[in-house]
Design a protein around this ligand. Structure first.
Ligand code: CDT
Length: 300
């Protein structure tokens, strides 16, 4: 059978004062834990190398450049790529990307067991706003610091699987999963940073975790795919992020879940054939989808 021993490396907080070298050491430590459990692949969070800086407003966007990577790999993250080669483990890493033309993206990559980048994604559903908002207790400035991704939702072939990527807010949108499932994705990976505090007063705090799990469980089931999501969690300089990193089967069932808000590795051996009966029957796309009635979805 086709299977992958998949690790999800949830991270505790990264504070403003934390150096990237220290963060990379934490990532390597979790990779070693994954290696000790014979894992093939490690999923790290969104913006894994830095604090979740879009919560801070600065007048000049270039003031945020220190949080961006203008090369990948680069000197500071090279030890992570070396560790992947040494241990024979692939990984997904979320980071802020600054291109040579000065474009900024919230990006993720898939790196294979030989330490080579084989897939790249730039976040498409950017939440929040682009200007400082006085009416908000908490800023969420992803629309200020990042452009909408221009690479679409693709899939990469690795470990005998078709693997797709999204980042954080993408996991809440049905279209994200469906576009990749239509390319026969077996596994969809997300890194996330979800603030624990209410952005609007009407939402109960417990709904943050409910909606996190609801989204990835529904996405998995309705598309017959495995879904894994890795949080950056805990209190970053007083701003709390939810944990709840999880691995979800194509049945929609959670098969592994983090229980802390710290650096924590969870893993599961995922059988890539598990969703086959769903793909053949209830979610047989060719048999049962009716795209001629879905036009509105792409028209607006
Ligand atoms: N990082 C990220 O995309 N976070 C969003 C917060 C939405 S509230 C503005 C999320 O969907 O979890």
């Amino acid at each position: 059978n086709r299977s992958i021993n998949l690790a999800v490396a949830q991270m505790g907080p990264v504070n403003l004062a934390d150096e990237k070298d220290t963060v990379v050491s934490r990532l390597i430590e979790m990779m070693e834990e994954a290696k000790a459990r014979s894992c093939d692949f490690v999923l790290y969070p969104e913006l894994a190398l830095t604090t979740f800086f879009p919560r801070y407003w600065v007048p000049e966007i270039a003031e945020m450049d220190k949080y961006f990577e203008s090369e990948m790999p680069n000197e500071r993250v090279a030890p992570l790529f070396e560790a992947a080669r040494k241990h024979g483990i692939g990984f997904y890493l979320g980071y802020a990307e600054l291109t040579a033309e000065g474009r900024r993206f919230n990006s993720s990559i898939i790196v294979n067991k030989a330490g080579s980048i084989i897939g790249k994604y730039r976040k498409i559903h950017l939440p929040g706003h682009s200007e400082y908002r006085q009416d908000r207790e908490f800023q969420h400035l992803e629309k200020r610091y990042f452009q909408v991704g221009d690479l679409g939702f693709g899939v990469s072939e690795l470990m005998g699987a078709k693997i797709g990527m999204g980042l954080c807010n993408d996991r809440r949108w049905a279209e994200t999963y469906r576009v990749m499932a239509l390319q026969s994705a077996d596994l969809i990976l997300f890194g996330y940073n979800t603030p624990a505090m209410n952005q609007n007063a009407v939402e109960e705090p417990h709904l943050k975790m409910f909606h996190n799990l609801l989204s990835i469980q529904a996405g998995a089931y309705q598309n017959s795919v495995w879904v894994a999501a890795a949080a950056k969690s805990g209190s970053e300089d007083g701003y709390r992020l939810i944990g709840g990193s999880a691995i979800v089967a194509p049945t929609g069932e959670v098969v592994a879940k983090a229980h802390t808000q710290e650096d924590e590795v969870i893993n599961a051996v995922i059988d890539l054939s598990l969703g086959d009966y769903l793909k053949e029957h209830i979610f047989n796309f060719d048999e049962h989808r009716r795209p001629e009635h879905y036009q509105l979805i792409v028209d607006r």
